[in-house]
Design a protein around this ligand. Sequence first.
Ligand SMILES: [Zn+2]
Length: 272
Amino acid sequence: MRIWKLVGMALVCLALLAGCGFTGEQKQETVAAPEPAKQVEMAVPKNGVPVLMYHMIGVDPADPHNQACLTEENFRKQMKFLKDNDFHPITMEQLYEYMAYNKPVPVRPVVLTFDDGYPDTYSIVMPVMKEYGFACTVFIPTYDADQSTRLTWQQIKEMQAAGMEIASHGYHHERVNEMGGNTLEAEIQKSQAELKEHLGITNEYFCYPYGGYNPAAAKVLKQFGIKLAFTMDPGWAKYGDNPYAVKRIWIGNEVDIDNFRQRVTTEKYEQR
Ligand SMILES: [Zn+2]
């Protein structure tokens, strides 16, 4: 009889242990797995990508009616529109992979570019990019850095550290399509060297000053490691386009929010 009692007790103990194990497992299962990071849907853009071209943000002290200059209010409205409507500002590398290899990018892609290196790119644009977590690229004529009217290298470094891509807008901000031979080479070489020296980057992106380009300039850019060069020709950037003549969409003060919506949703937007 005693032996059966012992066997019985042993069975009860085993059952309890098994029970413990079970609840432990159950507990583990009910501990919520960490929320998966919001997956951004990826797709190959059927109609291309709008590359938006910004210049000065704020008010141009030299010309309050300068249409290339966008008020801070309008700029903020546009960035809020992109955020509220789930657009995804993509990087230069993502744009390149799409244009060269037709690779997918986040849906509703847009590229944000800021030309010339104005101080407001640091004081106004950078905080907004940080707030929304947007990728963007700043095209700098490197000769102008540390001149009193433009960004300092210190500010440019801070922008780089904040995740803004810094790229070349030439050295002197002069038309490369009107330069020949050595002058053209020196212009590109100096700009690449200064970006390397101050920011430690091997720059791969270029923006043509005043939008002027030609095959000779493209050839030199390629020699200096440039993969994409941006014009001021209107239109969206598409797979298979000439990477040394990337089109962009003008943004100025005449672009109200409805016209802005058109510019980021269709290539056939109403001209202003
Ligand atoms: Zn420029």
